[in-house]
Write a protein that binds this ligand. Structure first.
Ligand code: ARG
Length: 463
């Protein structure tokens, strides 16, 4: 019986003793990098095709390799692949299995490459796809925001500064603020994706390879725009992972702010919206509770994503060129960030279309906080008062409103004229919430007409 050498280290030649059992586990990455298998196989296929095209492999070898890799992918996807820690990582697991399957040809696949350019290629392919998914989920969320903004363009709510009622605004306008943040997030992901889309394959361990390879061919096969410029940089660069994580941190920062507002608005104190039961959970002790768990969890998730950003930045800091084993530590934070972002955006894209607005409550809140005080000041300016004097007059009027427990629009002309004789009957048009929002009628303003044109422009850009 021949010895089973399928789990032998592929690099065992120069070693005189086996790896320490703990070191083997400590240095292995297969438990987490196996999720790169499809990208590893795609990269290997492109490499094998290129080797044949350049006369480095025979057609028979290439075809056996391609078939073997396809079979391995099927084995993995059908659960018939035993990942082995002895074989350290996804790359050597697949390569060893290939040789076990097809024999001598399998041993030729690694000609002119290294795990260093292999892993740099795999993560780029993985992240490129992940960004595509994130972008399309973000578009789903943006579409939901546009629909909600359109349906509620005329709905009046209080706008806040310092969480104090400031001026009335359109609920649709508020939704469009979230939309705009997501436009910038989309832009950052796209930008990162375009910058990272270059092929490291052919950089080999660090210096390139002595074989007559065609790096343009592998780049094209894998959908990269071109081969990377510098072999040392290519195998050690993880900027793209950091850049992606930074974009993810900003996106989750936005979603955490959005979450905070939904949580406030769903509370009994605000009571501006209802989040349907399917996005909430109850309390095991307090029977009356309905907790906004989804936004609360999303608000909390930014913590781990920011942690991952710091992990990646710290991991890269001070590393000498070129590849170092440190780089293996890039994967877990990166995967965690991708998973977290996907889950958060997905839950928001599902939840936003289900938000039920409580328009009367929002209106009442806008009506009770002297939200049209600025409108009265602007009115007095139009009647000839300098703005600072108008500000003072309205301040005194508000003080008396607080004492009388009356909004400015509920005070009589006589009551208002105590503060300025410039105030006339036409004042009531500007003191209404509707008049106030309609008057902010310029690009970027809260007038429903402007909100609708902002939505139209946004829809055009989105499709
Ligand atoms: N598992 C390794 C990683 O994730 C693959 C590259 C290893 N290269 C090496 N020369 N040890 O970074």
């Amino acid at each position: 019986m021949s010895k089973d050498n399928s789990k032998d280290k592929l690099w065992k030649g120069r070693f005189t003793e086996p790896t320490d059992a703990f070191v083997e586990k400590f240095t292995a990455s297969v438990n987490f990098d196996k999720r790169l298998y499809a990208y590893d196989i795609a990269g290997s296929k492109a490499h094998a095709r290129m080797l044949e095209k350049c006369g480095i492999l025979t057609k028979t070898d290439r075809d056996q390799i391609l078939q073997g890799l396809e079979d391995i992918q099927i084995d993995i996807e059908s659960g018939n692949f035993a990942w082995s820690v002895e074989l350290e990582d996804v790359h050597m697991n697949i390569e060893a299995r290939l040789t076990a399957k097809i024999g001598a040809a399998g041993k030729k696949l690694h000609t002119g490459r290294s795990r260093n350019d292999q892993v740099a290629t795999d993560i780029r392919l993985y992240l490129r796809d992940a960004i595509d998914h994130i972008k399309s989920e973000l578009t789903r969320l943006q579409t939901a925001l546009l629909n909600l903004a359109e349906a509620e363009a005329d709905t009046i709510m209080p706008g806040f500064t310092h969480l104090q009622v400031a001026q009335p605004i359109s609920f649709g306008h508020h939704m469009m603020a979230w939309f705009e943040m997501l436009v910038r997030d989309q832009g950052r992901f796209l930008d990162c994706q375009q910058r990272m889309n270059v092929s490291p394959l052919g950089s080999a361990a660090l210096a390139g390879t002595s074989y007559p390879i065609d790096r343009f061919y592998t780049a094209e096969q894998l959908g990269f725009t071109r081969p990377s410029e510098n072999s040392l940089d290519s195998v050690s660069d993880r900027d793209f992972a950091i850049e992606f994580n930074a974009a993810a941190s900003l996106l989750l920062t936005h979603l955490s702010r959005f979450s905070e507002e939904l949580i406030l608005w769903a509370s009994a104190q605000f009571d501006f919206i209802n989040l349907p039961d399917r996005f909430c959970t109850g309390s095991s002790i307090m029977p009356q509770k309905k907790n906004p768990d989804v936004p609360e969890l999303v608000r909390g998730k930014v913590g781990r994503v920011n942690g991952n950003l710091i992990s990646l930045l710290t991991l890269m800091k001070g590393q000498p060129l070129a590849y170092n084993k440190d780089n293996q530590e890039d994967k877990e934070p990166l995967f965690d960030t991708v998973d977290t972002v996907m889950d958060c955006v997905r839950s928001f894209a599902d939840m936003v279309p289900a938000i039920e607005t409580k328009n009367d409550n929002m209106y009442k809140a806008a009506h009770s906080g002297f939200s049209t005080a600025t409108d009265l000041a602007d009115y007095l300016v139009r009647k000839g008062l300098p703005f600072r004097d108008a500000h003072e007059v309205v301040g005194l009027a508000v003080k008396s409103g607080v004492e009388l427990n009356k909004d400015l629009s509920d005070m009589s002309l006589d009551e208002l004229q105590k503060f300025s004789m410039q105030i006339e009957n036409d004042v009531f048009e500007v003191l209404t919430l509707e008049g106030s929002i309609a008057s902010r009628n310029h690009i970027g303003g809260t007038a429903p007409e402007q909100v609708r044109s902002a939505i139209n422009r946004a829809r055009e850009k989105l499709t």
